[in-house]
Design a binder for this molecule. Structure first.
Ligand SMILES: *Cc1c(COP(=O)(O)O)cnc(C)c1O
Length: 217
């Protein structure tokens, strides 16, 4: 699909679901994509991108930033505390705040740097042992903890289990967000972003549908 086609699908779904036009931010997930493809999307005027790894983001985006204004980078992959500073320097949003130690580190660095990216708390809605994120039952407490550290928590993020209906997970995330007064919902990828929009997504993370298949890791 082209970027234009995805944008049209997003707009169509927003309107079909009674959402405000433009309520959904399309994050183009550029991880493991060749620079030519990323540049083509930049040349089409898109400015919001997602990367999984701090290392890869650091090797790719400073050069693009020199040539294109207004780039907004979202870190959507797991974050180690020893990479937090670099992540905060590179990204305007981090979607994977998932544990007290990381919250503490980001809070300390935010004080020191005088700035902090927007934060999303990752919730492990499927309660999968191998997956990052706070468990649904622990989410309210963790959000409270992060707010007590003055962290700019804007919303929640989830990655549903591959073999389950994602809508159930999107609905759960929306429910946790609503009861905590959080308006941001980072949910929906190439295969399910329309369902996510129907359930209130404010940020969809779309990679392969825009860029084509990724090079193998
Ligand atoms: C890779 C990735 C995406 C994009 O996945 P696609 O299926 O290519 O759209 C979205 N979110 C996260 C967290 C990812 O790691």
């Amino acid at each position: 699909m082209s970027l234009q086609e995805i944008r049209e699908k997003v707009a169509k779904q927003e309107s079909a679901c009674g959402r405000v036009p433009g309520a959904t931010t399309l994050i183009a997930v550029s991880k493991m994509q060749p620079n030519e493809r990323v540049q083509a999307i930049l040349d089409e005027g898109h400015r919001v991108f997602g990367e999984n790894r701090v290392q890869e983001a650091a090797s790719k985006w400073p050069a693009f930033r020199e040539r294109y204004d207004g780039i907004e980078l979202h870190l959507i992959g797991p974050l180690q505390t020893n990479k937090a500073r670099q992540a905060m320097e590179l990204a305007q949003a981090i979607h994977t705040l998932d544990r007290p130690k990381l919250a503490g580190t980001i809070a300390r660095l935010a004080q020191e740097m005088g700035a902090c990216p927007d934060l999303f708390v990752q919730v492990n809605t499927g309660e999968e042992p191998q997956k990052a994120g706070v468990l649904p039952a622990a989410a309210d407490g963790f959000i409270k903890e992060a707010r007590a550290l003055d962290l700019p928590v804007r919303g929640l993020m989830c990655i549903p289990p591959v073999d389950e209906e994602p809508a159930l997970h999107f609905a759960l995330l929306a429910k946790i967000g609503a009861r905590n007064g959080l308006t941001g919902l980072s949910m929906g990828m190439s295969s399910d972003f329309e369902r996510a929009i129907a359930l209130g997504a404010t940020h969809i993370r779309v990679g392969s549908a825009i860029f084509g298949e990724r090079a193998p890791a």
